[in-house]
Design a protein around this ligand. Structure first.
Ligand SMILES: [Zn+2]
Length: 131
């Protein structure tokens, strides 16, 4: 399933993101995503598969905040950008050209991550060994 694969990609991206913070483990509250309309991802479905995938992992409880990026095409006949619709069979309204170039709407990327880093715990003073 589409959303499951995407979730897997996201988890992998988050894992490489985490490596940048090693050895501390950031606590992630929210992951802001940009999802293009043309990816055919259902935001609700993605949030659900995400919640299942991260259960019990270091990302457990992290919320997905999904921002949908509209589909924008460019008409190669006149250079105008337009919003292709299914109703118009994705044709450009200006010249009735088929959708040949997609300007945006295919992205799936992590825009930002809300997280906190653990406060460093003071090194415990060694308990004196009883004499
Ligand atoms: Zn045109």
């Amino acid at each position: 399933m589409h959303e499951v694969d995407m979730t897997r990609c996201l988890v992998l991206s988050m894992q490489s993101w985490r490596q940048r913070h090693e050895p501390t483990l950031p606590s992630v509250q929210r992951v802001h995503l940009e999802v293009g309309r043309f990816t055919c991802v259902e935001p609700e479905q993605l949030r659900f598969t995400w919640a299942v995938a991260v259960q019990g992992s270091w990302l457990d409880g992290a919320d997905l905040v999904i921002e949908t990026v509209p589909l924008v095409g460019r008409c190669l006949a006149c250079g105008a950008t337009y919003h292709p619709t299914v109703e118009a069979a994705y044709q450009s309204p200006c010249c009735q050209r088929p959708l040949e170039e997609i300007v945006s709407g295919r992205e799936l990327r992590i825009r930002s991550v809300d997280y906190t880093l653990p406060t460093p715990t003071p090194t415990p003073t060694p308990t004196p060994t009883p004499a």
